[in-house]
Design a protein around this ligand. Sequence first.
Ligand code: ADP
Ligand code: MG
Length: 403
Amino acid sequence: MSEYKTFNADDAIAFADEHSELFGEHSELSAKEFGDGNLNLVFRVENDKGTSLIVKQALPYARCVGESWPLTTDRARIEAEVLKMHRRFCPEHTVEVRHFDPVACAILMEDLKAFRILRTELNAGKKFNHLAPQMAKYMANTLFYTSDFVLSSENKKAEVARFLNPELCLITEDLFFTDPYCNHERNNIEPSILANAKPLWHDEALKAEVAALKADFLSKPQALLHGDLHSGSIFIDEETCKVIDAEFGFFGPVGFDVGSLLGNLLLNYLACPGLHDNQDSSEQQAYLLEQAEQLWQEFSEVFTELMARETQDPALENSLYQQRFLQQVFRDTAGYAGCELIRRIVGLAHVADMDSIDDAGKRAECQRNGLKLGRELIMQRNDLGNISQLLNLVRYQQAGTAN
Ligand code: ADP
Ligand code: MG
């Protein structure tokens, strides 16, 4: 292919056929565009025996808005390259990219049709004990092996340059750290919680902390992040989970990925009273807090072990420094989790966990709890010593609002 063209079903078939041996010579292929994502085209290409692959193509604009929001197609390269890099360090939990074409801006990848999107499953009250340990392993390995602990100085700088991703980073910078804290036209605030959202615009103490978190996001290239690690980017089945959709990847603060995922577990936790009846809600909440605890515990254990065993830079072998590093990641994690709670409730991109609560009164209450907890996590992050303290804060907030 010599120039970019938006794929139709036939183009997706030709692309999948050309770049895989999977379908054989005489197989009848069909394709369907079925993506429910915000930005890209996603086709399933299937043969008459049911074997299938996914073709994901970046459009020169954001799909959910249209041509009035132009967006670089280079995001497809970022996505393919981040996924390949992460798969090197955690093959079990990263979707397999089979081929990337820089002209078509299209990725051919493994079809995870036997899996379900984690967010949908959590909203339905499903519980998976393997979620936290597997995602902890994914984050610890992908983040450690792309950090200064391992990469040579020269290589690290070359990698940072290869993954600058300015246009998609700007979206995160705006949506996470700017819009929710001012009266921005992109915000999406339910009228019933407007009185709770407005104080965020004038809360100078909070805005100072959010500014510090944003400044770190802008200027702390610690490791190659996934960059959009929410529960819609994780596929899960009864045994395993796999990460997709890394187009927001770049070198940033380790706590951003961990905090995004923790924030999504907490969003689901806060939505439980609106999604389930009393008994199911308390069980699901207990499950989610266990997972949140395990997510941090196992992440920090694996990361600590990797630092002790695999660090290449002699200065960074210092174990006191390593402890300090992880403690800072924990604080960043708490802060970014707080930002995720707030931006998913008053910002442009909401989550179904909250929005699918039918009862308007309950939905508003869950959203208000999210804003409160988000603020506390951001404000208190430097005083939180460990995950138990963080989860006590969550429980305390929830108990306070039940009275
Ligand atoms: P976007 O970047 O546009 O948000 P996603 O990567 O999130 O797109 O994909 C949108 C949807 O397409 C997913 O929610 C999922 O339903 C489907 N999808 C994407 N990748 C795969 C895959 N590898 N296997 C099966 N379904 C997929
Ligand atoms: Mg995406």
